[in-house]
Ligand binder design. Structure first.
Ligand code: 5GP
Ligand code: ZN
Length: 114
């Protein structure tokens, strides 16, 4: 756990989060400022700052996140379409330095994103 990391604190239960899924390596919770009717964040329990910091050893961790997202998307009946994205760095708008993937769905999603 990284001190002063808001997502590490949610994972540890130190600050509240609406958790919708968790297993040994992944936690998923509702985004506090939803950008779509369904907006879930998927994070590894391990603190990794961003996609720029993942290593080959993080392969199982990433597979766990994708398997979790697939299951949650199915449970939320999002098969008609959803988006699963990660922002990396300030120009992409990354505001929390703990790797997270946004699952967005429940409305039409335009492409390209802003
Ligand atoms: P980023 O901009 O880094 O890609 O995404 C960070 C996301 O985390 C944003 O969508 C923001 O609304 C969400 N967020 C920031 N702080 C909190 C928090 O304390 N709790 C929850 N559930 N989401 C948060
Ligand atoms: Zn963290």
């Amino acid at each position: 756990m990284q001190q002063d990391c808001i997502f590490c604190k949610i994972i540890a239960g130190e600050i509240p989060g609406t958790i919708v899924y968790q297993d040994e390596s992944t936690v998923a919770f509702q985004d506090v400022h939803p950008a779509a009717p369904q907006h879930i964040l998927f994070v590894p329990r391990k603190h990794v700052a961003s996609m720029a910091d993942i290593t080959p050893e993080d392969g199982p961790l990433l597979n766990g996140i994708f398997q979790a997202a697939k299951k949650v998307a199915h449970d939320l009946k999002l098969e008609e379409g959803y988006r699963f994205v990660t922002n990396v760095g300030p120009r992409a708008g990354q505001s929390v330095l703990h790797l997270h993937f946004h699952l967005l769905g429940g409305r039409d999603l335009t492409w390209p994103p802003g």
